[in-house]
Design a protein around this ligand. Structure first.
Ligand code: 5GP
Ligand code: ZN
Length: 120
């Protein structure tokens, strides 16, 4: 199967990883909507919400809460949007939860600077 997020989860192609354990990985979106835009994926290939088992679903949201708090802490953003696309609006067919920081003012920061801030 030629799945870009399986390759990222298996370290076959590089990404800016902000969290990893045996079950999930979180990494910065290569084309962020806002600085700090992060994706959380299960390491096993699960297409979308319909294919997701309850245990993995709960676990992803537990980790999402931790990463949300980390992004707020490290980036001083003013909120976080969570979203997950299914069907024709889902570009990459490997489940991923978007965490998109919200800023009250306009923030311009390149991905390397953002990554350093999060990981510092
Ligand atoms: P979707 O529309 O499937 O919910 O969103 C896919 C997201 O994955 C997009 O925001 C896109 O920028 C991101 N993306 C696609 N390919 C890559 C990649 O190779 N690396 C990273 N880090 N993000 C990717
Ligand atoms: Zn996959």
């Amino acid at each position: 199967m030629d799945c870009i997020f399986c390759k990222i989860a298996n370290h076959e192609i590089p990404s800016k990883i902000v969290y990893e354990d045996d079950l999930v990985m979180a990494f910065l979106d290569v084309n962020p909507n806002k600085p700090g835009h992060t994706l959380i994926v299960p390491k096993k290939h699960i297409k979308d919400m319909d294919d997701m088992d309850d245990d993995t679903y709960l676990y992803i949201f537990k980790i999402a809460k931790e990463i949300k708090n980390k992004l707020i802490d490290k980036l001083n953003c003013d909120g976080i949007q969570l979203c997950q696309n299914n069907g024709d609006c889902q570009e990459v067919k490997h489940y991923h939860l978007h965490l998109i920081p919200y800023y009250n003012s306009t923030i311009e920061m390149d991905i390397d600077t953002i990554y350093k801030k999060i990981m510092h």
